[in-house]
Design a protein around this ligand. Sequence first.
Ligand code: HPA
Ligand code: MG
Length: 219
Amino acid sequence: MAEFAVQSEGRSEGIVIKDDWPGYSLDLFSYPAHYSGDLDCVIIPHGVIMDRTERLARNIMDDLGNHAIVVLCVLKGGYQFCADLVDRIKDLSHNSNRTIPMTVHFIRLKSYLNDESTEDLHILGGEDLSLLAGKGIVGTGKTMKTLLKHVEAFGPKMIKVAGLLVKRVPHSSACVPDYVGFEIPNRFVVGYALDYNEYFRDLSHICVISDTGKMKYKI
Ligand code: HPA
Ligand code: MG
């Protein structure tokens, strides 16, 4: 079996994608034909997401030792990241002498209409939690703060948050995830389960939506 050199990362902002990064041309990748014209560029290709997720799984395993993990997946945008992260943790735990008991739970949040964050955050469904949250995207951190308050009320031993994306937005709170995949510019992104009015969840790469795309799927 291959051995990989792994250094402890500590708390990190993840892979930083700069504001002037133009992304990859869509012509270099395949993506569903029904979205042609609706996207500006690929900002994070699917393979890179998977590679980064594997490393986050390793960091989580290193930090948690042999503690059981209760995963709380934040739907809908976080489902793909959560599923892939849980898979990687399973693989790593399978391939080492440490098996980590893990249960997976789901919570549903909705706060965006078109590309705007709305004030009314809906939390649908709650369970007994002592966990680690798998979350899709952290913008202002407002959603995350509300969710953490909700989760803390259950009195878990330890709470860790994993976020695939953290956006560099003005007025962001100090609420950042413990594990971050990527830090991205303040642009509306879709794909890898992130949606614009429920569209684009069936796109594997993380892409920047175009103005045409926004118009087409506006409600
Ligand atoms: N895309 C999709 N959903 C989101 C985003 C985004 O950029 N930011 C917050 N929720
Ligand atoms: Mg959404």
